[in-house]
Design a binder for this molecule. Structure first.
Ligand SMILES: C[S@@+](CC[C@H](N)C(=O)[O-])C[C@H]1O[C@@H](n2cnc3c(N)ncnc32)[C@H](O)[C@@H]1O
Length: 231
């Protein structure tokens, strides 16, 4: 992410656009990874990130100790957050209900959850669970978003406002940068750049963009949900 800044810009922008943010709002980002979402927030929004993986924690907050930190409970007070944003993380959690309940607890009445992750049975899900699974040191099996996710959000007390498949590109200067980014992001081993490029072209698709750059097709399901009450 540091070597190819902006590669996932459209991914961050699509969730920020749907989060209806305005100045003074407190945004909770979970799991925050390296805290890269922060750069895409409008001005005067207060950002707090929470990240369970120790390898990311130093980037999220310099003062965070590198001790193991659980995902739950979330580290925010009841009714203290305007919008919870969760991008590309929950497919690692098989049972998401406790997270959805915790997000509701920390959100103010009338506040929002913007959740974006890989859709079940999508090309991206197959790419991750087949190609990445075969070449990554630990494998890859996700529990992706589907109707059950919407039902579990409602059961946790959220009102689902919108859900849609959002299609965009991860952007690179050329094929070499695209393969390098995917190799490092997904920890791909024992496979050549050409094999990575071919897998992306065959399974996801690649487009030449009007800017002259290379666009690797990617998509996520983005859900917005609201907590009952007056904001
Ligand atoms: C692709 S990163 C997304 C991070 C950030 N939201 C972003 O978009 O850059 C994947 C996230 O999944 C989380 N994760 C990985 N394995 C997990 C697990 N077993 N349980 C819960 N979260 C996990 C990591 O903490 C990491 O933040």
């Amino acid at each position: 992410m540091r070597q190819h800044p902006g590669a996932r810009a459209a991914e961050f922008q699509q969730i920020v656009e749907r989060a209806n943010l305005s100045a003074g709002m407190h945004v909770a980002d979970v799991p925050a990874g390296g805290g890269y979402l922060r750069a895409y927030l409008p001005g005067h929004v207060v950002w707090s990130g929470h990240e369970p993986c120790t390898s990311f924690q130093a980037e999220v907050c310099a003062s965070t100790p590198l001790a193991h930190q659980q995902l739950l409970p979330l580290p925010w007070h009841d009714h203290s957050i305007d919008v919870v944003i969760s991008l590309a993380g929950v497919h690692h959690i098989e049972d998401k209900r406790a997270l959805f309940s915790e997000c509701l607890r920390v959100t103010k009445p009338g506040g929002m959850l913007a959740l974006s992750d890989v859709a079940a049975h999508s090309d991206v899900a197959s790419f991750l669970d087949q190609f990445v699974d075969a070449h990554n040191s630990t494998g890859h099996r996700g529990t992706y978003l589907d109707q059950r996710t919407l039902d579990e959000l409602e059961e946790a007390g959220w009102t689902v406002d919108t859900h849609e498949s959002v299609h965009y590109h991860w952007c690179f200067d050329d094929h070499v940068s695209m393969a390098d980014f995917c190799r490092k992001l997904f920890d791909l081993r024992n496979t050549s750049d050409v094999t990575i490029q071919k897998a992306i072209e065959k399974r996801l698709g690649v487009d030449k963009l009007p800017s002259g750059r290379l666009g690797m097709r990617w998509s996520l399901m983005t859900i917005t949900a609201r907590k009952q009450g007056e904001h």
